[in-house]
Design a protein around this ligand. Sequence first.
Ligand code: NAP
Length: 248
Amino acid sequence: MKLLENKNTIITGASRGIGRGIAMYFAKLGSNVAFTYNSSAGPAEELQKELEAEGVKAKAYQSDASDFDQAQEFVKQVLADFGNVDVLINNAGITKDNLLMRMSEDDFNRVIQVNLNSIFNMTKAILRPMLKQRHGSIINISSVVGVKGNAGQGNYAASKAGAIGFSKSMALELGSRNIRTNVIAPGFIETEMTAKLDEKTVQGWRDAIPLKRGGTPEDVAGACAFLASDMSAYVTGQVLNVDGGMLT
Ligand code: NAP
């Protein structure tokens, strides 16, 4: 039997990058996958087909995770389509970097809304069904930046630190119902987004990491699979750094 067989997993923001990597990894481990995207309809459709080719049930939904009502409607749809949800992975996220001196109020608010309100919205939407079934694993994707801060990312760091505080509180609130809430804090993960950066700068980052390489979406997905599976049945309220030793 595969590790995640018969589980139903929601992943927000899986049309590309880390979310896409998690979706593929979960499908290979036997999990059905319901995932969202914001604007990338083509890549989302493509991913749905690739997931189905792994022999699992998969469906793409256009849903803005930062919108409370859309999150409610999305979860309602998933419950109608999949029956129940065992795992929720809040992965959708954006950056709007700037030094505070130049950061607009809109850029601060938008990053908080997409990265942090989305976690509140999705957790609220899934709460009742998970309470009723008396099990669930919620995995929130934060960042090493949420643990240690970063110049030029005040908005992003605040959103990712907020994700950690929220998750630890939910671990305390929901533990008695066998709902586990954990956080993954990725370091530098190489995605299409980072491929656009200057190679010399990127090599400098790799050299500074104890494992001497950037991470892959699969590195993050492996940690998610552990937290989603029954192998982590006694693990809640934790922050797992997946960063090649960056914060060591
Ligand atoms: P990415 O390549 O930019 O992908 C972001 C995903 O989120 C896309 O699928 C995007 O959908 C979706 N999304 C954005 N806004 C959304 C919204 N309002 N509602 C629903 N979906 C939305 O980013 P990534 O590098 O894979 O990062 C994924 C997560 O890991 C983020 O939370 C990020 O902060 C975190 N992280 C990344 C790194 C890294 O080095 N890459 C490090 C630490 C943490 P569309 O394609 O439709 O826009």
